[in-house]
Write a protein that binds this ligand. Structure first.
Ligand code: PBG
Length: 340
């Protein structure tokens, strides 16, 4: 019997000389040849900031996640940092909404306060801020509306840029625009540089799809649109090639990192983007992707630890350098315990 063959210059073996199970027999062998293992330092924890002190509001649809006032947010971030995670991504939640999203860029706005508290208490922690208008507009859309109730691209850029600068003024290390307006990376880069924030990086939500999996987040952030949906600016789920166009455009506009969102249901897009750019690629394991594992685990239908780690492993294997996940703290601990 032929023991091995060469196909197209690649050595391929044949049974019985080749037995794949040899490298799977013991944990020691598996550990030796293991490829994509998530590292705690590449995990980013999203956090929700509210006004006040001593405030902790658990989010029903996101088990394990709470909206926190700056004092408690600092304590949770401290614990997360101690687990070795790579950074936090901050969202603001406020009742102070209007048509122009003025509270998005208020110097004493909720995110700005939280960033200041974090920078004071944990100067080594990487603080990323989400830049969007949906949590600050009374209509809940990610940009300003024109007279016909449509989201107006160009007038929104100035407000987004001003918001990013206010986050940088407060001490953010990275700003992450998630609005999906065209041209916002260039507008934000120019505004940051004008304000002397040349060193503040931009992580662009480049390929952000109009996804059903954002449902639990909208409960957490109080950011569901009052009318219509986000399909006029977020990407259409069937389109993968368009993700590469978005990424290359953001790279040309000055993005330092690009993102694919959601992650677990868009692994092909992560792979395409990984191959199209040399920038770090982030992937956002979004609220619905997290909560469905938590919900199934609560019912005893899935093993939470294994299902969550397998999901994060798949995202890293697809090519993500950074994974944003509500499971970051647990995952960092599990990864260290497993010592892979
Ligand atoms: C803001 C924003 C959203 C998410 C991140 N930034 C919601 C949306 O676009 O409706 C979703 C995050 C998640 O589901 O975990 N535009």
């Amino acid at each position: 019997m032929q023991a091995s063959t060469t196909q197209g210059g690649v050595f391929t073996g044949a049974f019985p000389a080749v037995r794949h199970r040899r490298l799977r027999r013991t944990e020691g062998m598996r550990r030796l040849v293991r490829q994509a293992v998530p590292r705690p330092a590449q995990l980013v924890l999203p956090m929700f900031a509210v006004e006040g002190s001593g405030v902790r509001q658990p989010v029903d649809a996101l088990p394990g996640v709470a909206r926190l006032s700056p004092d408690l947010l600092v304590e949770e971030a401290r614990a997360a940092h101690a687990q070795g995670i790579g950074g936090v991504l901050l969202f603001g939640v406020t009742d102070g909404k209007d048509a122009e999203a003025s509270s998005a860029h208020a110097p004493d706005g909720v995110v700005q306060q939280a960033v200041r508290a974090l920078e004071d208490a944990l100067p080594d922690l990487v603080v990323i801020t989400d830049v969007c208008l949906c949590a600050y507009t009374d209509h809940g859309h990610c940009g300003l509306l024109d007279d016909h109730g449509q989201v107006a691209n160009d007038p929104s850029l100035e407000v987004l840029a001003r918001t990013a600068v206010s986050h940088a003024d407060a001490g953010a290390d990275v700003v992450a625009p998630s609005d999906m307006m065209d041209g916002r990376v260039a507008a934000i880069r120019a505004a940051l540089d004008d304000a002397g924030h040349e060193d503040v990086a931009i992580m662009s939500y480049s390929a952000k799809y109009a996804s059903a999996f954002y449902g639990p987040f909208r409960e957490a952030a109080g950011s569901a649109p009052g009318h219509g949906d986000r399909r006029g600016y977020q990407m259409d789920p069937p389109n993968a090639r368009e993700a590469v166009r978005e990424v290359l455009a953001d790279e040309a506009e000055g993005a330092d990192m690009v993102m694919v969102k959601p992650a677990a249901t868009y692994l092909d897009v992560i792979r395409d983007v990984r191959q199209a750019t040399r920038l770090p690629v982030a992937a956002y394991h979004v609220s619905g992707e997290y909560s469905m594992v938590k919900a199934a685990a609560e019912r005893g239908w899935l093993d939470e630890r294994r299902a969550m780690l397998e999901t994060l492993t798949a995202i890293v294997r697809a090519g993500a350098d950074i994974v944003i996940t509500y499971a970051a703290v647990d995952a960092a601990r599990w990864i260290r315990e497993d010592d892979q």
